[in-house]
Design a protein around this ligand. Structure first.
Ligand code: GLU
Length: 418
């Protein structure tokens, strides 16, 4: 299969395992998915027909704590993708130092084809499938592509009905009324903007002279663009699945955000011109921010990349083969496991608030997120400098993986595994 994300995830692990000189037994253990829940869920459609949907929950590694990771609703979901995403969650939670393992769920569905009540029945049916495998001290799902707070609310309700008690910490990214955290919706984008600030400081550039193109304008891309714009960066392009909205002098992201929310398209927006969707990837910018799906930058299109650096807000947007080409050109890639960790960090804060039944103000959430992201960036950067002394071809991904893998291996050892 072409650009199979599980192959990418495995290759990234093998790459760092070689550098860290891990023994084969440890590597095999880290490559293993600890538990995979698979099933077909049946949902009654509004017309009375029953439709079946393939669904999974992958639990990669729980050495550092309960599995953690989102649930994706997308017609392109595959079992390999869900497994890869769960591995990436293991490294992500370890890089930012929160007490979790890695998990991920997915359902093969295009939610745009469902009515709201069908979507609710699908969400409840999915929770029935995985209920015995999740729990606030076992596996804690959250939103991912095409899932949101409303869906988490239905899922929590279904779970609590099944177990017969309240357990808000079983899911994060919930509505505020059900124990959600202030700041969770925008957390991934906000966390990415903190990583961007730290990186631009290292480049010794001024924000207003840093041009940025963002691929994808869903929850992650749109909030990232909004925060970066507010902080004074020049966002020259944003894209959705149909168009790239471009203005070389910089877009007014607040206006573009509202326009897209109202019209579900960039078409007709007065502050920029429209280019084909894929044009966003080849623009001549300081920082390209892929914030959509895996494999956006791959072997076929990597030669068209004109950006100086890449900040990965999607999970797995740059394939290992593409990364080799970019690294040879001295293009730095801020890896997903660091750059987009803000979402799961605020999920962690939400879980802590649920366990304590004590809720924080948004300012407190933002300040704690910044502290954690800044610390994670600093450790990844210094590990990158250390690795770069050994090999000029070292990458920020290797640095992040080095820290994460050592942490997970340390936890496995502390549990008595050898
Ligand atoms: N789906 C998000 C991610 O890929 C968030 C996961 C979470 O909050 O558990 O990091």
């Amino acid at each position: 299969m072409k650009n199979n994300p599980l192959e990418s995830a495995k290759q990234q692990l093998l790459d760092i395992a070689k550098i860290l000189e891990l023994d084969k037994k440890t590597v095999d253990r880290l490559l293993k998915i600890e538990n995979l829940v698979s099933g077909e869920i049946s949902v009654k459609l509004d017309n009375g027909r029953i439709q079946k949907f393939k669904a999974w929950r992958s639990q990669h590694n729980s050495a550092c704590g309960p599995y953690k990771g989102g649930i994706r609703f997308h017609e392109g979901v595959t079992v390999e993708e869900v497994q890869a995403l769960s591995m990436w969650m293991t490294w992500k939670t370890a890089v930012v130092g929160i007490p979790y393992g890695g998990g991920k769920g997915g359902v093969v569905v295009n939610p745009k084809n469902l009515s709201k009540s069908e979507l609710q029945r699908l969400s409840r049916a999915y929770i029935k499938l995985i209920a015995e495998h999740i729990g606030s001290d076992k596996d804690i799902p959250a939103p991912d592509v095409n899932t949101n707070a409303e869906i988490m609310g239905w899922m929590l309700d279904e779970y609590e009905k099944i177990v017969g008690r309240k357990e808000p910490g079983v899911l994060t990214g919930k509505p505020l009324e059900l124990g959600g955290s202030k700041g969770r919706t925008e957390a991934t984008g906000l966390g990415g903007s903190y990583v961007l600030d730290s990186f631009v400081k290292k480049l010794k550039k001024q924000k207003k002279n840093v041009s940025i193109a963002v691929q994808g304008f869903g929850n992650v891309g749109s909030y990232f663009a909004k925060f970066a714009y507010k902080n004074g960066y020049k966002i020259v392009a944003v894209s959705d699945s149909k168009n790239t909205l471009y203005n070389e002098k910089g877009l007014n992201i607040d206006k573009a955000f509202d326009y897209k929310a109202a019209n579900d398209t960039f078409k007709g927006f007065p502050g920029g011109k429209l280019l084909p969707a894929e044009a966003v990837l080849s623009l001549n910018v300081d920082i390209l921010v892929p914030a959509a799906l895996e494999n956006a930058v791959n072997e076929e299109n990597v030669s068209k990349i004109n950006a100086r650096h890449i900040l990965e807000m999607a999970n797995g947007p740059v394939t290992p083969r593409a990364e080799e080409v970019l690294t040879a050109k001295k293009i730095l890639i801020l890896p997903d496991v660091l750059a987009n960790a803000g979402g799961v960090v605020v999920s962690y804060f939400e879980w802590v608030q649920n366990l304590q039944n004590y809720y924080w103000e948004k300012e407190e959430v933002y300040a704690k997120l910044k502290k954690l992201m800044d610390k994670a960036f600093a450790s990844v950067w210094s590990e990158f400098e250390r690795l770069s002394k050994v090999s000029k071809k070292s990458t920020l991904r290797q640095a992040a993986y080095s820290l994460a893998v050592q942490k997970v291996v340390g936890a496995m050892k502390a549990r008595g595994e050898n």
